[in-house]
Write a protein that binds this ligand. Structure first.
Ligand code: ADP
Ligand code: ADP
Length: 243
């Protein structure tokens, strides 16, 4: 099952002529697989995430011979179909949950919002589903704290709530953009364990990171981006430990 399939993706920003920000990038993520994209600042990582999610800056030229999520060709999607596709088929986990989570929304609301929007399950099953989601991210003790706000949680807990919310609509593909960067070492290890578990449960993960230790711990394959082009691509072991 290929969850994400990208071939020959080129993105050119109008203000950055003539060199494209991404130049002929190809990658795929299958169910049960974690694929990492690494590269220095400015190498094109955010552009890749944005193009994958149909969120490239207006005016940018995006071309690809294949661009699909869960088998849906996204190259000509209308905005409302994009919203539906992103909501149901992609779980997005960003760097800092304190920024990603709405500070005025309780964590209960945060987790149930995708359940309501996408009607994944009947209303009367919501409470049980929230408890199950909190269990999956190893926060069962938060079941009694659904009225709390993000700032009342520790950094690691917030990042887990963000993951629970990303999982709520039951997407198979998870895009994690620097998911551990804002965390202390202990919380980082917990999130990495969680990503490994998600992979075991059949999710496909596209992991964007600058941290090679993170790649080494969770990624099956790794792509190295440099100046918008893939300069290396292979099994994590081969790419990171080659002589
Ligand atoms: P990374 O996420 O790896 O730091 P980016 O994808 O943000 O890299 O940037 C890739 C290149 O594209 C950089 O040269 C950056 O300056 C340029 N860039 C990114 N966003 C825009 C934009 N909206 N308009 C013009 N140039 C941009
Ligand atoms: P960490 O060990 O990650 O540094 P903290 O010391 O921030 O975590 O928090 C320890 C526990 O106290 C966590 O379970 C957290 O949810 C809880 N906690 C922290 N701040 C608050 C708060 N303002 N209100 C309620 N609970 C809190």
């Amino acid at each position: 099952d290929t969850l994400l399939d990208i071939a020959d993706l080129t993105v050119t920003y109008p203000t950055r002529t003539p060199r494209p920000a991404l130049d002929g990038v190809s990658l795929s993520v299958a169910a049960g697989e974690c694929v990492a994209v690494v590269g220095r600042s400015g190498s094109g990582k955010s552009t890749l995430v944005k193009a994958t999610l149909g969120l490239t800056t207006p005016g940018a030229a995006v071309t690809a011979s294949t661009l699909s999520i869960g088998g849906t060709d996204t190259r000509a999607l209308r905005p409302r179909d994009w919203n539906r596709l992103r909501g149901r088929h992609v779980g997005l986990v960003l760097q800092d949950a304190l920024v990603s989570l709405d500070p005025l929304r309780t964590i209960g609301c945060e987790i149930t919002e995708p359940l309501r929007t996408h009607r994944v399950i009947p209303r009367e099953q919501r409470d049980a589903e929230v408890a199950a989601l909190l269990g999956r991210v190893h926060l069962p003790h938060l079941t009694g704290r659904l009225h709390h706000y993000p700032h009342q949680l520790s950094g690691g807990e917030r990042q887990r709530v963000l993951i629970a919310s990303a999982l709520a609509a039951r997407p198979q593909l998870i895009i994690a953009d620097e998911p551990t960067t804002a965390l202390d070492v202990t919380a980082q290890a917990g999130i990495l364990d969680l990503l490994r578990e998600l992979r075991t449960h059949g999710h496909g993960i596209l992991l964007i990171t600058h941290d090679l230790a993170v790649v080494d711990t969770v990624a099956d394959r790794v792509l190295v981006l440099h100046d918008g082009a893939v300069v290396e691509h292979g099994n994590t072991r081969e790419v990171l430990h080659h002589p």
